[in-house]
Design a protein around this ligand. Structure first.
Ligand SMILES: *[C@@H]1O[C@H](CO)[C@@H](O)[C@H](O)[C@H]1NC(C)=O
Length: 173
């Protein structure tokens, strides 16, 4: 199995399945998963005495019905390490005797994606924007008929911006 290790990944964890009980009969693996946060890049480690058990990765149907894949697909070193390479639901069973359906040796976990790196979005108050031109009074220009305080209200003036004074040459004012 090939694991793509992305540089943004935060400290991958090893989970010893069943902790000090390891991969064994008559242990509640669903209870063991409670409160654990499995993430892409983390690893499951199945520990057991070689020959007593094995590990198959199966699908949901295989998990429900304890369907054993071909023996050639079994992990059987007694210290089987599985890298959680993709997010989603994952299922594992023991394929020895009736350990899956009679002795509780099945594990179902949900693997969470790693959070994306934070993307910097300049907030509206950020000084990062191109300088702007403001025409005082807009189309009305610089005249005594405009409330300039009201015109300026709510405008976002920044260093580097320019004010344009547009004077109406109509001498009636
Ligand atoms: C589950 O895996 C079995 C082989 O073990 C396969 O025959 C079956 O089609 C799979 N089911 C789904 C829903 O992928």
């Amino acid at each position: 199995m090939l694991a793509i290790i992305s540089p943004i990944m935060v400290s991958a964890k090893d989970f010893i399945v069943g902790d000090d009980k390891g991969w064994s009969t008559n242990f509640n693996y669903q209870a063991w998963t409670k409160g654990k946060n499995f993430r892409v890049g983390d690893r499951l480690v199945f520990k057991y005495t070689v020959g007593s058990h094995n590990v198959f990765k199966v699908n949901g149907t295989g998990f429900q019905n304890c369907i054993k894949p071909p023996l050639s697909e079994a992990l059987k070193t007694g210290n089987d390490v599985i890298v959680l390479a993709t997010p989603g639901q994952k299922w594992y069973i023991c394929g020895v005797a009736n350990h899956c359906d009679k002795a509780g040796m099945r594990l179902s976990i949900f693997v969470n994606a790693n959070p994306s790196p934070p993307i910097h979005v300049p907030s509206p108050s950020s000084p990062l924007r191109k300088p702007k031109d403001f025409i005082v009074g807009d189309e009305r220009g610089w005249t005594k008929f405009v409330d300039y305080q009201a015109w300026a209200n709510g405008k976002d003036f920044r260093v580097g911006d320019r004010l344009g004074i547009s004077q109406n040459l109509d001498l009636s004012c």
